[in-house]
Design a protein around this ligand. Structure first.
Ligand code: AMP
Length: 418
């Protein structure tokens, strides 16, 4: 038997409705904020991610699904959405069409991570990217969207962790200080961190290794290296969040797993989740558009994992309802059966949801199934009914059965008001 690939999951029919619920909530929610949806291809040139996300990051250095295609082109299944959205923003010159672009997406991503609960190799994210504003209002809006969306869905136990990793000047100074601090511990660091020490020491702050986390506990804090402008930007973000009644805590070592961030970085987690408790992460990336060949454009965004969101909701049941089929059409004889599909098609055209039997089963077993599936009405047709252009309409809730002439059927069903 061929099984699905490790770290990938089927979403079966008893789960897909939960996904649709999230998807439709998201579209409605984003419309309230005036964001427009963007969709990008499933794969991109590998270079987009290595340049955009950073060679030293876990994603680029070890998690990408990349290959060389028949034409010799190096391609990668997208492991994140910001770089592709930025590519599209530049390619289609969206910045010249509007001074700010507020975009959102929902998509499938691929990272070769170690699978565990809440972490898979194919997963889904939704997120937003706002282009064109360097001001703290944009940061606050993005953070508020993520926070309020989780709240709207009924996830209460949210923790918002915030940081500013400053502008280039700030990080250049900080990098040197961090290297000075880490130098005596160099031999205790993992090989990966030792490599990062020279090229990209900030990456070390993102370590998942316990003894490295211990070493970093007394490391200098980037907050002390913010420039005057960085500081006032961060202060304004915080004060806007206070104004929006969004609680947060500051975590001065949060740099996040991607290299493109500048100034604001943040994460939202939920205690409803286990070890993989991050629901969403994001921040400002004022240099990425330029890095990828566009005109300098400040930007800020976030990405949230949909699997995680569903896990958080599973622990806190909400009012998801499965919509059952409304009408079963039951043909009692061979002669009638071909007619059932025609009636079903007519009723669907009138807006009803209708199912017919594909197994030529008996009336009894079909009524039993209709009950089990919470069907509202069974329409029963035998040879007599067919000959006289009538049908039997059985209300599955009350058990009441009515003879209805075929040309009055729509009217009758509409009156039932289910
Ligand atoms: P990132 O793109 O790494 O900033 O991640 C943003 C969010 O995506 C995380 O907070 C998670 O909710 C989700 N996420 C990231 N990686 C995975 C994964 N491998 N499986 C499931 N969800 C993930």
């Amino acid at each position: 038997m061929i099984r699905s690939v490790k770290g990938t999951h089927d979403i079966l029919p008893d789960q897909t409705w939960r996904w649709r619920k999230i998807e439709s909530s998201l579209h409605g929610f984003m419309q309230k904020y005036g964001y427009q949806e963007i969709r990008t291809p499933a794969f991109e040139k590998t270079e987009l991610f290595s340049r955009g996300i950073g060679e030293e990051t876990d994603i680029v250095s070890k998690e990408m699904y990349s290959w060389t295609d028949q034409g010799g082109e190096k391609l990668t299944l997208k492991p994140e959405l910001t770089a592709p959205v930025v590519r599209s923003f530049i390619q289609h010159n969206l910045g010249s069409q509007s001074s700010t672009n507020r975009l959102y997406y929902m998509d499938t991503l691929f990272r070769r991570e170690r699978p565990q609960k809440g972490r898979t190799r194919q997963f889904h994210q939704f997120g937003v990217e706002v282009f064109g504003s360097e001001h703290p209002e944009a940061d606050a809006e993005v953070i508020a969207i993520s926070y309020n969306f989780f709240k709207t869905l009924g996830i209460d136990n949210l923790t918002l962790t915030l940081n500013s990793i400053g502008s280039d000047d700030c990080r250049n100074n900080y990098r040197n200080e961090l290297r000075n601090y880490l130098k005596p511990f160099l031999s205790d660091l993992t090989e990966t961190s030792q490599n990062r020490f020279q090229n990209n020491p900030l990456r070390i702050l993102d370590t998942k290794i316990e003894h490295e986390k211990e070493i970093l506990k007394n490391a200098p804090e980037i907050g002390n290296f913010l420039t005057v402008d960085d500081k006032s930007h961060f202060e304004e973000v915080k004060s806007l969040l206070n104004g929006l009644s969004i609680p947060f805590s500051i975590q001065s070592q949060m740099v996040r797993g991607l290299d493109y961030y500048t100034r604001t970085t943040y994460e939202i987690s939920s205690t409803a989740l286990g070890a993989q408790d991050a629901l969403c992460g994001g921040g400002r990336y004022d240099k990425l558009v330029e890095t990828l060949g566009g005109k300098p454009t400040p930007a800020v965004g976030f990405a949230a994992g949909i699997e995680r969101l569903l896990l958080a909701l599973e622990l806190k049941p909400t009012e998801f309802n499965f919509e059952s089929i409304q009408i079963y059409i039951i043909g009692l004889t061979e002669k009638v059966r071909s007619n059932c599909q025609v009636i079903a098609q007519d009723l669907r055209n009138q807006g009803f949801s209708v199912s017919t039997d594909l197994l030529r089963r008996s009336l009894k077993s079909l009524l039993r199934e209709a009950n089990r599936n919470s069907v509202k009405v069974a329409i029963i047709i035998g040879d007599d009914e067919l000959a006289n252009d009538i049908v039997q309409v059985k209300d599955m809730e009350t058990g009441e059965q009515t003879t209805v002439s075929k040309n009055k059927l729509t009217e009758h069903l509409t009156d039932l008001d289910f």
